[in-house]
Design a protein around this ligand. Sequence first.
Ligand code: PLP
Length: 447
Amino acid sequence: MSKAPNIRTKLPGPNAAAIIARDRARVSPSYTRDYPFVMAKGEGAVVEDVDGNVFLDCAAGIAVTGTGHSHPDVVKAIVEQVHKYLHMSGTDFYYEPQVRLAEEMAALVPIGTRDGEVRSFFSNSGTEAIEAALKLARYATKRVNIIAFLGSFHGRTLGSLAATSSKYVQRKGFGPMMPGVYHAPYANCYRCPVGATPDTCAAECLSYLEDQILVHLVSPDEVAGILVEPIQGEGGYVVPPAQFLQRLRELTSQHGMMLIADEVQSGMGRTGRMFACDHFDVTADIVTVAKGIASGLPLGVTSSRAAVMTWPPGAHASTFGGNPVSCVAALETIRVLKDGLVRNAEVVGEYLMSRLRALMDKHPIIGDVRGKGLMIGVELVRDRVTKERATTERERLVQEMFTRGVLILGAGRNAVRFAPPLVLTKDQADTAVTIFDESLSAVTGRS
Ligand code: PLP
């Protein structure tokens, strides 16, 4: 494949336009396509559309293809498994790749155990990993209520949707939600939801949870768990202060609640550590993983302390969950991540973030650059003092980047996220920054 970006046609090209027209007629209109990219093939951090246009991929299929598109070692493992068997259902039969993956997860996930004993439940997606976590927390504690956070995204099935509060369009028309979910403010220090300063944001958000929600609305001894993204994803790539997560850890231990860390987007090396929790020195009772774990094959994992996962045979299962092909893809993905990609995410992520921060002098529309590793958010504002959200500008920026050959996604109402495959090189990071700079100039009319 040629070097990205290389845009040869007007976008969308004729082949892409024809496929999009067919899609419009027959595919659910509930998907959110911001620009007309129609995939033909990919390699590493580069993707080509059906008209031969080549793009640098800073979206990775929504933070999924951490090892890059079609990493040869992952593909080889998949092909070998495909020739042996495709499916046998771990619900009723045994197969070794699933056991091996459970063993790997036990050694990796940020779960605090005194005895090192961890068990894993397998599903097909992030939302199912959350459903399992919610059911497990209820089952293990014999309590029903859940605390989640404003701005969070945990999925779109009815249990996880009740915890999701990223955008109302995700909930509108689908109520009533599962009862017993309370939303607390998340420590977004750039834009504190309770109006505190950056220095006091974490303490004030925690105080709202401890002194309001857990006093006026729900008794702590009726809360099964606190569900939290250690770094908020869809909500805008928001990194809370360590103190925020550490206090949630204390609070859950104090009241016998489960701390459920949703690492679906932030896990599997994306932040420059295997899990985002590792940045904050926090361990959870239950951890959910999906997206990056199998390089693009569907897989969700819910892991917990063995002492928590004691539900009996028949209590929870999924026909396809932990499919053997997905499991071998995950095992190879983990090997490749450990072999250097987590470190690359850290090094190239720091480099990319510093280059993006350096653009702040030139572009006052950049209000904030934040993140860890290759999970980087850039929030756009019309005025740095009032922090008025540059929402339409964000939409235009995403389009401008697309027409110049970079795929990027929005996050929250007025941020963009850089979530490229973790194989991104410094040269590719430079390309992304150059095009980001040009696109911002096009949007704001400043050069
Ligand atoms: N949790 C988080 C943090 C996510 O970012 C997502 C998806 O974006 C989900 C859960 C749901 O995952 P899925 O789309 O695989 O159901």
